[in-house]
Design a protein around this ligand. Sequence first.
Ligand SMILES: Cc1cc2nc3c(=O)[nH]c(=O)nc-3n(C[C@H](O)[C@H](O)[C@H](O)COP(=O)(O)O)c2cc1C
Length: 146
Amino acid sequence: MPEHAPLPPPLAGTVVHGAGRGKGLGFPTANLAPVPGTVVPPPAIYSGWLARPATGGVHRATVSIGTNPTFGDSSEVHVEVHCHDTSDDLYGERVELWFVARLRDTERFATVDALLAAAREDVRRSDALLASPAGLRARPTAATPT
Ligand SMILES: Cc1cc2nc3c(=O)[nH]c(=O)nc-3n(C[C@H](O)[C@H](O)[C@H](O)COP(=O)(O)O)c2cc1C
């Protein structure tokens, strides 16, 4: 997707168990199973807001959409959300992702350390973008409790 392409619309889904690697890497992610029939945005790393209708909370997030090529997982596309400001267990919850910016292409890194360094830089950029006027404009108003 080119840098100037329009951002994907919000993506809704349920948090499910992933490979469980993220926690061990010090980069916990919530794996999202999109609502069946929704179009998943093109593989890339994104900055966005995670809305939790169950609590009304809106959280800062960095999102990885792709096949995790560094680990040669499979051809299955994963939607993984790293939340900056909560470590709550989201399993089974229905959440929404509101995309704010596309940060970069997904890469196949030579080492896990290189992946972690890139992910840390993604989160730093994502945090700055979310705090900017454009990021705050894109913030959904408090998610409606269900
Ligand atoms: C900010 C961020 C950036 C990521 N970038 C990449 C990437 O460029 N290449 C890649 O193979 N995986 C990338 N990932 C995905 C990780 O490989 C994945 O989160 C990790 O393997 C844990 O997977 P699991 O939650 O299914 O256990 C990224 C994840 C995050 C949170």
